[in-house]
Design a binder for this molecule. Structure first.
Ligand SMILES: Nc1ncnc2c1ncn2[C@@H]1O[C@H](COP(=O)(O)OP(=O)(O)OP(=O)(O)O)[C@@H](O)[C@H]1O
Ligand SMILES: [Mg+2]
Length: 591
């Protein structure tokens, strides 16, 4: 029941395309450049103010206190306080600006991704399972959000802070600064060791987290099945096992983090010891002032923090690029099935539809699903396709809608090749009622309009009247709320609604993949009436499982193993005494 594909982390051998990803990321930043520029201005100011306070402290100790001037002392301390207030103010502006800009970028990115994904064709969706796709969109855009709001700013602040702090310290005491710098290699080595050890753990944690959410989605979607076969306990046990793994990995990661921070904390007393020990010696010689020592102590964290965070930054950038790369891979996907250079628009169908020697297989290494299929459907006529399960009936409709492209042969509408017709106009002219009926959460009315509020209610009422379903919709009010996937409706009710929906959308040609479910005689009669009226008023292809549909069709194709084995009207085919007559007798009995 588990998807074996793991596309939360790409194939480790797959190289991240840094150039393309970088281009995508800058493409996201450019429209928001003003926001970023403002953020950087606030960043410069807030960093300047945070770096200024140790210098003020030094001034207090070295100048204000020895001068015994209380007024000066009070003024400078006031200045110190104001300095902190200004820092907080600019920091607030910075954070707000970043959050705004970051959110703007994310909204924009998600919008772009969604419109890209909506344009992608069915082969894409059979490659990427939808549940994982949504998890990925969420997680990857989340990583980028972190990059744009937190990381970029901290990186710049750290670089700035390090350089300025180093220069100021160097200015006041080059010797002490250079001695302190001997701690850097340890700090850098320590943080890289930590990064190396923890990175794989965090990857594991992330993978397990997405596995858990995938597991939950899959199992909760199949809850009825699980309960019916008493598999709840088994599912719970499986989930617990993954949870345990995640718990262990998470714990080791946290443990490593604690050890790392403890060793970082240990370096700080070492640095302070150097300042007070070595610097203290010089203070006795009076080659350095006490104020400078205090200033060094106040600066020391600002000098080391950026160094410790270096490895963290590198890992976040790597992670962001990995996420950006995955997003880029979706964004660069172009639907394989697109309009040609000069697409033709069909306003109305004049002659009909023709399949001419069509061959189709879903992958190059899989067997042919359709073999040399040819048929004609004149305008206003109806065609029923019958045959065994897996014979290739739905595939015929997949081709007509250009969800897939046939490898050989032609599909023509009024003599025009399907690939020359604009996709939009094609799918406006031809309507589809799927075998798996999908209803959206919302009222019955909204579902009948397929969420297009521009369709007037009167059109819905007319359609219902035309197919004679008034009684049904009196019973099931148009305001009745349908829950997700229509689980609060019976199978038959869903079929009735989907038929009415096809009628409301009022397309010239209707393709109907009849659901196979058996329904009660009353609903059956309702559907039959509706079907008869549909068949007489439209050009239709029906993949038929219902006797009445077959009887009312103008032409019948018997498709088996991807081939049209027989064709003709019901009575012709019966008289022939071939596969159809056997099929018919088997399915519907002698009479
Ligand atoms: N998206 C797909 N990718 C790969 N193979 C597919 C895909 N869809 C269908 N097939 C295969 O193509 C063959 C024909 O499938 P199709 O859905 O056309 O059958 P069908 O005649 O509609 O069957 P049914 O009466 O059960 O709906 C089957 O063997 C099926 O396994
Ligand atoms: Mg089918």
């Amino acid at each position: 029941m588990h998807a074996s594909r793991d596309d939360d982390s790409q194939d480790p051998k797959e190289k991240i395309n840094y150039k393309a990803t970088f281009r995508m990321l800058t493409g996201l930043i450019v429209p928001e450049r003003r926001g970023f520029m403002a953020a950087f201005a606030w960043l410069l100011l807030s960093t300047a103010f945070t770096l200024f306070s140790p210098i003020i402290a030094k001034y207090i100790i070295d100048t204000a206190i020895p001068s015994k001037n209380i007024r000066l002392l009070v003024m400078v301390v006031g200045g110190l306080f104001l300095n902190s207030l200004l820092f907080m103010g600019f920091n607030y502006l910075l954070q707000m600006r970043l959050i705004k800009t970051g959110q703007q970028i994310m909204t924009d990115l998600k919008k772009r991704m969604l419109s890209r994904m909506l344009a992608l064709d069915l082969p894409f969706y059979s490659e990427y399972p939808v549940g994982r796709l949504t998890a990925r969109v969420q997680a990857d855009t989340g990583s980028l959000y972190e990059l744009f709001t937190e990381t970029t700013v901290t990186i710049f602040r750290d670089i700035l802070m390090f350089i300025v702090t180093f220069c100021v310290m160097f200015y006041f005491s080059p010797r002490l600064t250079l001695i302190l710098s001997s701690v850097f290699p340890f700090a850098i080595a320590l943080s890289f060791i930590f990064l190396r050890k923890s990175a794989s753990l965090f990857v594991t944690v992330r993978k397990l987290a997405s596995e858990i959410s995938g597991f939950l989605t899959e199992h909760l979607n199949a809850i009825a099945l699980l309960q019916a076969f008493n598999r709840e306990k088994m599912a719970a046990e499986k989930l617990e096992a993954i949870n345990k793994k995640k718990f262990d990995a998470e714990l080791s990661g946290e443990l490593m983090m604690i050890v790392f921070y403890l060793s970082v904390i240990l370096l700080s007393p070492v640095a302070i010891a150097i300042i007070l020990g070595v610097g203290g010696g010089w203070a006795i010689d009076r080659t350095i002032s006490i104020g400078t020592l205090v200033m060094f102590i106040l600066y020391i964290d600002k000098l080391f923090e950026p160094v410790f965070r270096l490895s963290e930054h590198i890992s976040i950038i790597q992670r962001s690029f990995a996420a950006g790369h995955r997003i880029q891979r979706i964004m660069e996907r172009r639907p394989a099935i697109v309009d040609g250079p000069a697409p033709r628009y069909i306003h109305s169908i004049r002659e009909g539809i023709e399949f001419r020697n069509v061959w189709m297989r879903y992958a190059d290494d899989s067997p042919w699903v359709l073999k040399d299929i040819s048929f004609k459907l004149p305008k206003g006529k109806s065609l029923a396709i019958v045959g065994e399960t897996g014979g290739g009936k739905t595939t015929v409709t997949n081709l007509l809608f250009r969800f897939y492209t046939p490898q050989k042969g032609k599909i023509l509408i009024d003599g025009v090749n399907l690939s020359d017709i604009g996709l939009n106009s094609l799918r406006t002219a031809i309507g589809l009622v799927h075998q798996d009926i999908y209803l959206f959460p919302g009222t019955i009315m909204q579902n009948l309009k397929l969420m297009d509020e521009a369709i007037p209610d009167s059109m819905v009422h007319d359609a219902i009247k035309t197919i004679g379903l008034e009684a049904f919709f009196k019973h099931h009010g148009l305001n009745k709320h349908i829950v997700e996937k229509g689980v609060n409706l019976s199978a038959g009710e869903k079929q009735v609604i989907s038929l009415a929906r096809a009628m409301v959308l009022n397309q010239e040609v209707l393709v109907l993949d009849e659901a196979t479910s058996h329904i009660d005689p009353h609903t059956e009669r309702l559907i039959n009436t509706a079907m008869r009226r549909l068949l007489s008023s439209r050009t239709m292809i029906v993949i038929a499982h219902r006797l009445s549909t077959i009887l009312n069709a103008d032409n019948i194709l018997l498709v088996s193993e991807g081939e049209i084995k027989e064709s003709g009207t019901h009575s012709q085919l019966l008289a022939k005494g071939g596969i159809y007559s056997k099929f018919y007798k088997l399915q519907f009995g002698e009479n």
